[in-house]
Design a binder for this molecule. Sequence first.
Ligand code: FE2
Length: 323
Amino acid sequence: MGIESSAHTLGVGIVHSGKVLANEKAMFRITDKGLIPSRVADFHSKNVGKVIRSALKSAGLKMSDIDAIGYTRGPGLGPCLRVGELVARSIHELLGIPLFAVNHAVAHIEITRTLSKVRDPLALYVSGGNSQIIGAIEDGFRHYHVYGETFDIGAGNMIDNFARAAKMKPAWGSTVAKVAEGGKYIQLPYTVKGMDFTFTGLLTHATKLLATNDLKDVAYSLQETAFAMLCEATERALLLTKKKDLLLCGGVAQSRRLQAMLKSMTRAHGIGFHVAPDQYNADNGAMIAIVAEEMLNSDVKQSSSDFGIDQRYRIDSVRLPWL
Ligand code: FE2
């Protein structure tokens, strides 16, 4: 069983041999005030019992059937992470089953890697708070290396901020995508430095243009520019690493436009392209359960210093003995 609670989603997943048996969630509704960590943590504590029960029900299992428990150690919002940690630690102690502290970014990659059955892909991980190009390397130990990343905000937050500035409801990526349909391109700041990129210049410029331009054209241009930046940096990383597969994951991976752009770029190089169904790209408990199971099967031993929470838990420090 895996518990995800790093941001607005409280997810509980159950897996067996890499197969998802349950993936249930409750989502805190983001208001105009954005995400207030203590209020989201309250929401998670109120809902965690209910979501665990519905995961067990949809898997047709009892709590005593669970043989290991994983939770998100980070990165994420402290008070929210703490709820998942506390619940997982209690289950671990009450049932006497192994406990695993899981890195959220590793989990996003691992669920898509498992479902797509690819061994050693390059991953483009794009969510609200993160935008990173990641691949496994061996230097002393096997771990994920970040080849490129945003220097400021994640692509998801950039798009959500734009949606809020444009007073869209709900203020998130799928609304921007809908509004952008049939728009015309306006030149916007495009900032890629090697395999890194920045989004705030693009956001500021696009927000200013809202006063004098058609919303449809600005939304279209913002989306095209941001995704083209991600494509260029990813293409460079693919050519450098010579990886044969690209995997797209994270909340923004649900964007059909981003999927199409990456698909056409990878096709031109004869590289495989993989993306999971939407429910596994949004934050979810199954991805935490997948990694907990990989850790269990590869005999990872974690001690009390590995538990707790870490709001800035970097992906590079995680050992991957199963890869
Ligand atoms: Fe996430």
